[in-house]
Design a protein around this ligand. Structure first.
Ligand SMILES: NC(=O)c1ccc[n+]([C@@H]2O[C@H](COP(=O)([O-])OP(=O)(O)OC[C@H]3O[C@@H](n4cnc5c(N)ncnc54)[C@H](O)[C@@H]3O)[C@@H](O)[C@H]2O)c1
Ligand SMILES: [Zn+2]
Length: 368
């Protein structure tokens, strides 16, 4: 088991990653759990069917009160005002108070919603994150919570840190292929912004199919360490935290224009990573050929670049301009001076057109 300590301005907490984590780690929080007047698990409905007992049993062996379980609509659909209100109603009906504790048991969507519920119920109650996707190694760390507004994703939310993160990697074995691709894109992002050797190692794989649980563990721990270092330095995204958005400006535009739920977050980010590398070669002298190499490697892993061709650049631009990082109409991109060295730049429309043309050409021709 690995434990990574996170030191935020007014909260310190641990991220525990490994197998059989609930049995091993929950006893460490016994005193806190016993002080709670209610314990509630909010669980993604798919995760509930596959894995609820894994968390419920060890928790029951510690908490003597009844544990209430509320099943959330699967994935992104839970990040709605309606579900947010339903969660609050459930907590009120069960008689929860400021002394209650909630668990988020699911992927990034569940974590974002439940974090937001925890941060707003009676102005804030403790919560434990139990992530169940690869991508959630990213979303469960750093304290961003959110639900979606019809006019934009993650538009309503807070910064709110969990009391602990319990990441049981054996739960990843039931992930569908598309969710593996989605999560690994954020792993690759963490590698690109931090560590040349790690990028080389990831690029030398030809598939994620044969990744052993111990390799997953290594990559997830590394990813969490990269994210931790950055969010500790800049909790509220005033400076370096923006580097975590590498690949996300174009990626978000691809995700929004193709439709949430049609393409996963990470699959869109994978496309955005290549776009950001094309720009980096042009603007900040990243070693030529890096973007093309990543395009080929990602295609080999099974990422599709077809979504690039579904909408014209004007449509993508309209989404990019709504990006939370856009200010005064300028488009900001995180670029790489070299692998491991991110930098924030304002990018001209001309350069965006150039990079988009390049990526469309590659996407049309394929990678072989
Ligand atoms: N807060 C942050 O810092 C942050 C960072 C990145 C992403 N996010 C958010 O995370 C969300 C995406 O999270 P995600 O990629 O984890 O997807 P998700 O939570 O939407 O889950 C994806 C799908 O996988 C299923 N699933 C989850 N765990 C499973 C398991 N172990 N086995 C089988 N199926 C399982 C879910 O039911 C769902 O259908 C987005 O809403 C994004 O905005 C937040
Ligand atoms: Zn992301």
């Amino acid at each position: 088991m690995h434990t990574i300590s996170i030191d935020m301005q007014d909260k310190q907490y641990d991220v525990h990653v490994g197998s059989s984590i609930y049995e091993t780690v929950l006893p460490l929080y016994k005193d806190q759990l016993l002080r709670a007047d209610h314990v509630v698990i909010f669980v993604d409905e798919v995760v509930a069917k596959l894995h609820l007992e894994r968390l419920l049993k060890p928790l029951q062996s510690i908490v003597s009160n009844q544990i209430d379980v509320y099943e959330l609509p699967s994935g992104e659909s839970c990040k709605s005002v309606e579900t947010f209100m339903a969660c609050h109603s459930f907590l009120l009906e069960k008689g929860c108070t400021r002394k209650s504790i909630v668990f988020a048991f699911g992927g990034g969507a569940c974590g974002d919603l439940v974090g937001f519920v925890a941060s707003t119920f009676m102005r804030g109650i403790p919560f434990f994150q139990c992530p169940t996707t690869i991508l959630a190694h990213d979303s469960a760390v750093g304290g961003k919570t959110a639900i979606n507004h019809p006019q934009g994703k993650n538009m309503i939310g807070t910064f709110y840190q969990p009391d602990a993160v319990l990441f049981d990697v054996s739960i990843l074995s039931t992930l569908p292929q598309q969710e593996i691709l989605s999560g690994m894109a954020e792993v690759i992002k963490h590698a690109l912004i931090s560590d040349h050797a790690w990028v080389e190692e990831l690029c030398s794989l030809s598939t994620f199919d044969e990744l052993s649980p111990s390799k997953y563990l290594t990559y997830l721990v590394k990813g969490i360490q990269v994210k931790t270092q950055i969010v500790e330095a800049d909790e509220f995204e005033q400076s370096v935290r923006k580097y975590l958005n590498f690949g996300h400006t174009y990626g978000h535009a691809i995700e929004a224009s193709n439709g949430y739920g049609k393409i996963t977050h990470g699959e869109s980010v994978a496309i955005g990573l290549v776009f950001a590398l094309i720009l980096s070669e042009k603007i900040v002298s990243l070693h030529k050929g890096t973007a093309r190499k990543l395009f080929e490697v990602l295609s080999e892993f099974g990422y599709s670049f077809n979504p690039v061709l579904q909408h014209d650049l004007n449509t993508l631009l309209s989404y990019m301009k709504r990006d939370k990082k856009a200010s005064f109409g300028d488009l900001h991109f995180v670029l790489l001076e070299k692998i491991g060295v991110p930098v924030m730049k304002v990018v001209s429309l001309q350069d965006i057109i150039w990079a988009d043309t390049q990526l469309r050409k590659w996407s049309k021709e394929g990678y072989k």
